[in-house]
Design a binder for this molecule. Structure first.
Ligand code: ATP
Ligand code: MG
Length: 558
C-alpha cells in the first residue's frame, strides 16, 4: 500500500497525489479548466485496474469542476467489438461517473489524422517507407546502437503524396508500405527513430466499415485525439513514459501547439492472486475456465458487480491505493476490507447453515413452531427486526460441534451448554453416530428460562451458535469463491494456473427470511460472510447466493 494518507471516500479521485500538484501548477486558479478523458480500447471488458484510471480521471475533473470524456480508442480494426462498447459504458456508469454528452470514438477522427499526415508529408516531416517489418527492425538499431536511415527517407514530397494516396485507395497489400514520421534515427529514444504512423490493413472496422484500409498507429492517433478534444491532462500508465517525447512531437507538428495536452504517467494497478490484462482475461473466457467475463471470480467490473461488490467499495479501494509512479502489487485483501467496511451497516444478518448437523431438542414439544424476534443488524437499528421459527429439530454447522473438544473450543460438545442466537440455551445430552462412526445427530435439552430477550441472568455461556429450523427453512445453492489464481498465476511456459478451489458449491439451509430475497440483494450470513443473490442463475423457485467475502480475514490495514 502507498504511504499516502487515507482519505474519505468522496469518489473524487485520490486527493493529494502528485498529479494534483501538476494540475494545480499548470492551471493555477483556473483548475476548473481541467479536461481529462478515460480512453479504453473496446477489446474486452473493464477490470479493476481500469477502475483506478476511471476514478482518477473522472475524480480529478469532479474535484476541480472540470470535465472528463469517455473516449473509445478504437483505431485498431482487428480486435474491437460493439459488445465491449456497451459493457464499458455500463461499467463506467455503474461506478458512479458521468461523461454527460461527451462520448467519443477515436475512429470518428480518421479524416483528421489523415489530414495531419498529409500536412506532415507536405512539410517534409513524414515519408512513405517500403521496408518490411523485419528490415525495419534491423534499421531501427537497439538501446545501445543508433538506428540507420531508411533508404526511402529522402523521397520527394510529390512521390510521398502519390504513394500515400495509393496506400489509401487500396493499391498495396498489408505490410508492404508504411508512413513514417521523419524525426531522428540517432535519437537515444527508440520511439523517436522515425516511428511508423500509418500502416495498411485491409480490415473492416466496427464503425467505419471498409471506408479505410490505412489505419493510424496508437502513438500517432492518441495525442491527436487528446488535442482535438481539448484535453488538458492526458493521464496514462507508466509504459508510455518513453513515448512522451513522441506524444509531444505529434501534438506540436500536428498543429496543436497552442494549449497542448500534457501527458502524465502513473503506475498500473496489479493485485495479488489475480491476472489483470484483458488479453489474459479473454483467454480465460475463451478457454471456458470461467463462466464468462462476469464470472464472480474475475477482476472485471462486471465480475465484481455480479460477485456483490458495490461501486462505493471499489471507489474507496481506488482512493486507498493512491496514485504513484512506482509499480506495486496491491494485496487483494484491501479490496475485501473495503467491501466489508461498506456492507457492515448496510446489510441484514440472517442465519444460514452450509454444512448441516441435525440437533434434536428432546424436551421441546413435537410439532411446535415458536416465532422469535431477532435483530437484523445490531449496528444499524434502522434495519429493524424479523421473526425466526424455532422448532424441536434444528440444524447447526458441523464445525460448531466436537465430540472431544480441543482446548478453547467453546461451542457445542457432550455435556456442554451453548446459546442459540435469538433463542434458548441448549445442553448436549447425547450423540448418534452412523456405522462409520461419524456424528450424524446431536441430542440436546433446552432451558425455557433462558429465552432470548427475557432478561435471564442466571448463568453465562461462552459460545453462541447460529441455527436454522430443520422444518421451517429455505434451501439455496451457495457458491463460495476464493482467489481466482494461485499466488504465482503463471507457470514457466506462461500458461495461467487457476486456483483449483476458487469455487466451492454448497446446498445451504437458510432461515425463512431468505424466501423473500430479491436478485441482487445482499445479506450477511451470520458468523460466515457477506452474500448476494446471484442475478443470473437465480430462478423463480431456486435461490443462488454468491459469497462476496468472508467475515474473517488475516489482512491488516497498514
Ligand atoms: P489491458 O492490458 O488490460 O488491455 P490497456 O492499458 O491496454 O490494458 P486500455 O483499454 O487501453 O487497456 O485502457 C484504458 C485506460 O485504462 C488507459 O488509460 C490505461 O492506462 C488504463 N489502465 C489499463 N489497465 C490499468 C491498470 N491495471 N491500472 C491502471 N490503469 C489501467
Ligand atoms: Mg490495450
Amino acid at each position: 500500500m502507498s504511504e499516502e494518507k487515507i482519505v474519505e471516500n468522496t469518489g473524487l479521485g485520490a486527493t493529494g497525489n502528485f498529479i494534483h500538484s501538476y494540475v494545480q501548477e499548470d492551471l493555477g486558479e483556473n483548475t476548473q479548466k481541467i479536461h481529462t478523458r478515460f480512453p479504453p480500447e473496446p477489446n474486452g471488458y473493464l477490470h479493476i485496474g481500469h477502475a483506478k484510471s476511471i476514478c482518477l480521471n473522472f475524480g480529478l475533473a469532479n474535484l476541480y469542476g472540470g470535465k472528463c470524456n469517455l473516449r473509445f480508442d478504437d483505431t485498431n480494426p482487428a480486435k474491437e467489438d460493439v459488445e465491449y462498447v456497451e459493457s464499458i459504458k455500463e461499467d463506467v456508469k455503474w461506478l458512479g461517473f458521468d461523461w454527460e454528452d461527451r462520448l467519443y470514438f477515436a475512429s470518428s477522427y480518421f479524416q483528421t489524422y489523415y489530414e495531419v499526415a498529409i500536412k506532415l508529408i507536405k512539410e517534409g516531416k513524414a515519408f512513405v517507407c517500403d521496408l518490411n517489418a523485419e528490415e525495419m527492425r534491423e534499421y531501427r538499431g537497439s538501446l545501445n546502437a543508433p538506428g540507420k536511415e531508411s533508404p526511402y527517407r529522402n523521397r520527394s514530397v510529390e512521390e510521398n503524396l502519390d504513394l500515400f494516396e495509393r496506400m489509401k485507395v487500396g493499391e498495396f497489400p498489408d505490410g508492404s508500405r508504411t508512413l513514417r514520421a521523419k524525426i531522428d534515427v540517432t535519437s537515444p529514444n527508440i520511439n523517436m527513430r522515425d516511428p511508423v504512423i500509418y500502416r495498411i490493413a485491409h480490415a473492416t472496422h466496427h464503425t467505419t466499415g471498409d471506408e479505410w484500409c490505412i489505419y493510424p498507429m496508437y502513438d500517432f492517433a492518441h495525442p491527436l485525439e487528446d488535442a482535438i478534444e481539448g484535453i488538458t491532462h492526458s493521464i496514462c500508465t507508466m509504459e508510455f513514459e518513453d513515448h512522451r517525447p513522441l506524444y509531444d512531437w505529434v501534438v506540436r507538428e500536428g498543429g496543436y501547439e497552442v494549449a497542448p495536452p500534457r501527458q502524465i504517467e502513473f503506475a498500473r494497478l496489479g493485485m495479488t492472486n489475480t491476472v489483470m490484462s484483458k488479453r489474459k482475461l479473454r483467454a480465460l473466457v475463451e478457454d471456458s475456465l470461467v463462466d464468462g467475463w462476469d464470472d464472480p471470480r474475475m477482476p472485471t467490473i462486471s465480475g465484481l458487480r455480479r460477485r456483490g461488490y458495490t461501486p462505493e467499495a471499489i471507489r474507496d479501494f481506488c482512493e486507498r491505493i493512491g496514485v504513484a509512479k512506482a509499480n506495486s502489487v496491491v494485496d487483494g485483501g484491501l479490496l475485501d476490507y473495503c467491501i466489508r467496511d461498506d456492507l457492515k451497516t448496510k446489510t441484514s444478518a440472517i442465519m444460514a447453515i452450509l454444512d448441516p448437523l441435525k440437533v434434536v431438542i428432546t424436551n421441546y414439544p413435537e410439532g411446535q413452531v415458536e416465532m422469535l424476534e431477532v435483530e437484523n443488524n445490531p449496528e444499524n437499528e434502522v434495519l429493524g427486526n424479523r421473526t425466526m421459527a424455532f422448532t424441536r429439530e434444528i440444524y447447526i454447522e458441523q464445525e460448531d460441534f466436537m465430540e472431544e473438544p480441543v482446548k478453547k473450543f467453546f461451542r457445542l460438545a457432550p455435556g456442554k451448554e451453548v446459546r442459540l442466537k435469538g433463542a434458548y440455551f441448549v445442553t448436549c445430552t447425547d450423540i448418534i453416530k452412523d456405522e462409520a462412526g461419524n456424528v450424524v445427530e446431536v441430542h440436546c435439552t433446552y432451558d425455557p428460562e433462558t429465552k432470548s430477550g427475557s432478561g435471564f441472568t442466571g448463568r453465562k455461556v461462552k459460545g453462541t451458535l447460529h441455527w436454522v429450523s430443520a422444518t421451517e427453512n429455505v434451501k439455496a445453492t451457495v457458491r463460495l469463491y476464493d482467489h481466482m489464481m494461485l499466488d504465482n498465476p503463471e507457470d514457466p511456459t506462461g500458461n495461467m494456473i487457476m486456483n483449483p478451489t476458487s469455487l466451492e458449491i454448497k446446498e445451504g439451509i437458510l432461515e425463512m427470511a431468505a424466501a423473500e430475497a430479491k436478485k441482487g440483494e445482499r445479506f450477511q450470513f451470520m458468523r460466515n460472510g457477506y452474500y448476494i443473490v446471484d442475478t443470473k442463475d437465480t430462478t423463480e423457485d431456486h435461490l443462488v447466493f454468491n459469497r462476496i467475502v468472508s467475515l474473517k480475514s488475516s489482512f491488516k490495514l497498514k
